[in-house]
Ligand binder design. Structure first.
Ligand code: NAP
Ligand code: F7E
Length: 332
């Protein structure tokens, strides 16, 4: 019989890629969609008609119990969150309600609907829990044993979600795993994140639709991979006999300047500096200066390996945005 999966955050970047993957694997895919008139509903219905949408919200526990009753899932992937670090500084309480307590609500919905021993659970943990400060292992990168020191309301909320997931694993014997994922991007990345903001601006500048881009701090470095590769790792975690935590990363770190270099060269511009203006509005009260992940455990235990490299990722995103902007339509 086909397995059933329930995805929270179905309208997000990872929700898109994961639904594709699970559908290809023959799963029956359910997704929780929030809001009484969510503008992304049409997009999911048109592009991914196999996804069965269920109305609900991570902050509304009874809607999650209802989603469990409707979908009767074998696997639950908790991808929903307030996920933008900058926005989390402006909405710290909302971020705690959704990103932290929303995870508890989802775990409780599984437990109260009798699924603690039967349902497998994936929690979308993040490299933002490390915070970049204890970057004291040059060349090695953060692994599953590294210290946590979150630097934003988002990172702090995710750390609660991470530990409550581990607590449910230990307390109720749940098959609950946390994927500690470093930044992963792609054409489906929201326009509010720096990689997609740049790929889209490079495309628009190339087409004469925009003459510059405003950015914040250009110094931070990130371990950037491709989202399509990372959802494969999420699925692999839930196929293991035992639940566990895994870092997914590329093992490389690059600055925003390097991303700008490649993206602008992709549209024939060798020097991006005249096109970039710095705007303090995009800077954060506390910054994560550098992130570098060590995916050895995932590679050895799960057999996971990223396929798309950094130049390939930038090229894919810029080409996608040139196509989108040439056609005159913009959707994130
Ligand atoms: P994303 O594109 O920002 O998607 C977030 C999703 O959460 C959207 O579908 C959003 O729905 C949904 N959501 C927000 N508030 C909700 C609520 N109250 N109830 C139900 N759904 C709600 O994020 P992503 O990049 O796909 O990331 C997926 C998950 O992985 C997130 O938890 C993120 O924090 C985590 N993560 C991401 C990365 C990365 O680099 N992408 C790295 C590590 C961890 P709407 O469309 O209705 O807003
Ligand atoms: O910022 C700097 C910014 O918003 C990257 C989320 O998926 O990955 C993501 O979080 C860097 C930061 O991603 C702009 O200050 C400069 O240093 O693309 P970002 P993020 O904060 O790394 C982690 C792993 C997650 O878990 C999160 O959910 O770029 N930056 N100028 C800028 N960032 C943005 N967004 N916009 C700018 O104009």
């Amino acid at each position: 019989m086909a397995k059933q999966a329930l995805i929270t955050g179905i309208t997000g970047q990872d929700g898109y890629h994961l639904a594709e993957l699970l559908n290809e694997k023959g799963y029956s895919v359910y997704g929780i969609i929030r809001g009484q008139q969510n503008p992304k509903k049409n997009r999911v219905e048109q592009e991914q008609p196999y996804v069965k949408l269920i109305e609900g919200d991570l902050t509304d526990p009874s809607s999650l119990v209802r989603a469990m009753e409707i979908s009767k899932p074998d696997e639950v992937y908790n991808l929903a969150a307030i996920s933008h670090v900058g926005y989390s500084f402006k909405t710290p309480q909302l971020t705690a309600d959704v990103t932290a307590k929303g995870t508890l609500n989802m775990l409780e919905a599984i437990r109260l609907s009798g699924g603690a021993k039967t349902v497998r659970f994936y929690q979308a943990s993040t490299s933002e829990m490390f915070g970049g400060l204890d970057y004291n292992r040059p060349g090695k990168g953060y692994d599953e044993e590294a210290l946590f020191h979150p630097r934003s309301p988002y990172g702090v909320a995710k750390l609660y979600a991470h530990w409550i997931t581990k607590n449910y694993r230990e307390s109720y014997d749940m098959h609950a795993s946390c994927g500690i994922l470093f930044n992963h991007e792609g054409p489906r990345r929201g326009l509010e994140f720096v990689t997609r903001k740049i790929s889209n601006a490079a495309a628009r500048i190339h087409l004469g639709k925009q003459d510059h881009i405003e950015l914040g701090n250009l110094e931070p470095k990130r371990d950037w991979g491709y989202a399509g590769d990372y959802v494969e790792g999420m699925w692999l975690m839930l196929q293991q006999d035992k639940p566990d935590d895994f870092v997914l990363a590329t093992g490389e770190t690059h600055s925003i300047g390097e991303y700008l270099d490649l993206a602008f060269k992709e549209v024939g511009i060798n020097d991006w500096k005249p096109y970039v203006k710095q705007n303090p509005a995009f800077m954060r009260p506390a910054e994560v200066d550098i992130l570098l992940g060590n995916p050895s455990k995932a590679e050895n235990v799960l057999g996971w390996k990223r396929k798309v490299d950094f130049p390939g990722l930038v090229k894919m995103m810029v080409e996608y945005d040139i196509g989108l902007e040439s056609a005159g339509s913009l959707s994130s």
